[in-house]
Design a binder for this molecule. Sequence first.
Ligand code: PLP
Length: 372
Amino acid sequence: MTMVNSTPTRAAIEKITPYSPGKPIEEVARELGLDPASIIKLASNENPLGPSPLALEAVHAHFNDIRLYPDSDGYELRHALAPHLGVAPELIATGRGSDEVMHFLATAYLQEGDEVVMGDPPFSMYEISTLLMGATPVKVPLKDYGHDLEAMLAAVTPRTKLLYIANPHNPTGVMNTREAMDAFMAAVPEHVLVVLDEAYFEYVTRDDYPNALDYLQAGRNVIVLRTFSKIYALAGLRVGYGFTMRPEIIRAISQVREPFNVANLAQWAAIASLQDPEQVLRSRTVNEEGKAFLYAACERLGLPYVPTQTNFMLIDVRQPCRDVFARLLREGVIVRTGDIFGYPTIIRVTIGLPEENARFIATLERVLTAMV
Ligand SMILES: Cc1ncc(COP(=O)(O)O)c(C=O)c1O
């Protein structure tokens, strides 16, 4: 077949490696001929308990609204979030997941020649959204699986526009302490917009976790990102947000935001979720119990792991992670390989329900025994 010269794409996008998501259950079932009901997915840091019943009720109650465009400005959602966050509704921007807010920031602020400082490995959307605009990701190696804030400061130049800190970080689950973040925030130059990504905020249990509101109230050039995809278990509806105390950031976002970006059912479900703090507590408890179980299992199996402040963890399986991943997959257990993050013998596993964690460990043990 002769190749036809198709329309050339922008040079900037040639540098982008497409996002590599956790494998969906249906895909694994199709590829391996497994019963979807027999598969467990511990790959995308979803909440195994599912959403609040109030969110499900809200979706049912508003079902007929899907013929209508959503409220483009997310008025009700921003007003529900405001008291929860301690900022005015006008200082909140909603997105189709917090991923979309990252895209807004990239589109609003970045052009060729600009630099974006991030950890290495970063959460991949930081890099993708930066490259998309033809800007340069400046990747600063993590230290002990956490952000090396001093090295990140040293990487700032006059060209730095954005600086991303995921706290806690994905893919490692490690957080930066209040003391470290306070020192960082005191030193970061004003021309840098710090993006504090707190996607796993509600899972954190350590009491030396920084309070982002302190930085906002101190007038720092910061936007905080959070999401309904994780503890609120609305990943499939795609809703996240950013909040700040700098109106100019919200104005910039509104200049690049598509109208109607967050679906109406997503908005209603998110609002209802905020009225159910019990669901958050339950989810956190299940996560803490699962974490303790997985830590103990790793210690019994002699597998090093990275202690986590999120709903996922890294485990060093001491074997090529792709092989372990493939063998787990054949047994219906989906995890993520660490090689894409630069960790060739590590897997990343989402903390599941007790029975899922037990099945994961039993399967891992079988797989590793077969490999020696
Ligand atoms: C650190 C971090 N930030 C942001 C996101 C994006 O979440 P969403 O776009 O679903 O809100 C994720 C999702 O995995 C994440 O791990």
